[in-house]
Design a protein around this ligand. Structure first.
Ligand SMILES: O=C(O)CCC(=O)C(=O)O
Length: 277
């Protein structure tokens, strides 16, 4: 990371690092996700991830997933018994949220010195890996991710959340690449997603509208995109025939306080950094 990159990060709230992972490293993760799905019997699991309202139809399956590997379906997927069996690779919206702690291939991808150095270069004192998601953005039915700020969903005091988003396949306008409101991380945090008695509620903090997410983050397979926790970002539906696989890690600083009302709790797993593979 050079000074220009740090300046870009500070000014814009995002940063693209091209060729961060090799094609082989990306393919290893893609293949592992295929295996994980292949091993699943989806007939007794019905959690759909609704990317528009950011909710789930089975709250407990979602709320307990912070220290597990769980599978969430595309809202538009056909969940008939037969399709769950024969078309299982094309119905999953995402896998989350502790892949980086529980699966050897994901641990290897997520934890290394280079990522630790990047985190420290953008100001982390003690980066800790809180959440991981494998996002499929399936061909034809990949759901829209509405405009949001990551600190709404994962909050520390003071705020420290940063997304490390890896393109496992080329991401472009056609297959629903990320779109960001460049510089929008300087605006207020709009909402907080709070856990109360095991139910979730969205609290409004500011009614200031989001600026347009008009910067298209078109990137090649292997690119790493850093996203500031306050940066408004979005991705549209994937109506194309190409998937857009991505893997994202949300990182917080161990010197901050992780608030109790965060939806994501990890009662069975300790947090660790990039270096403790
Ligand atoms: O991959 C996407 O389309 C959205 C990802 C996202 O919002 C995130 O990782 O915070």
């Amino acid at each position: 990371m050079n000074a220009n990159m740090i300046d870009f990060w500070n000014d814009n709230g995002y940063l693209i690092i091209e060729n961060f992972k090799t094609n082989n490293e990306c393919d290893e993760l893609i293949n592992r996700s295929t295996e994980l799905i292949e091993e699943q019997n989806f007939n007794n699991q019905q959690s759909v991830f609704d990317t528009v309202s950011q909710t789930h139809n089975d709250d407990n399956y979602f709320l307990e997933s912070g220290d597990k590997i769980r599978f969430f379906f595309e809202e538009k997927a056909n969940l008939d018994v037969e399709n769950l069996k024969t078309n299982k690779q094309y119905i999953v919206n995402k896998i989350g949220h502790a892949l980086h702690d529980l699966d050897e291939k994901f641990i290897k991808f997520s934890k290394n010195d280079q990522l630790d150095q990047i985190a420290k270069a953008i100001g982390f004192e003690n980066p800790l890996l809180l959440q991981s998601m494998y996002i499929f953005k399936q061909p034809k039915i990949g759901g829209e991710v509405v405009c949001h700020q990551d600190s709404t969903f994962l909050i520390t005091e003071p705020e420290s959340t940063v997304g490390f988003w890896f393109a496992l396949e080329d991401a472009n306008k056609e297959n629903g690449c990320l779109q960001v409101a460049s510089g929008g991380h300087k605006g207020p945090l709009r909402k907080l997603f709070k856990r109360e008695n095991n139910k979730m509620k969205m609290e409004e903090l500011s009614s200031e509208p989001f600026p347009n997410t008009d910067t298209f983050v078109e990137v090649k397979k292997g690119s790493l995109v850093l996203l500031h926790g306050r940066l408004p970002h979005y991705s549209c539906e994937n109506k194309s025939l190409k998937s857009r696989h991505a893997y994202t890690l949300h990182v917080i600083d161990g010197v901050t306080k992780y608030l109790d009302y965060n939806w994501l709790q990890r009662p069975n797993l300790k947090l660790s950094g990039f270096k403790n593979a």
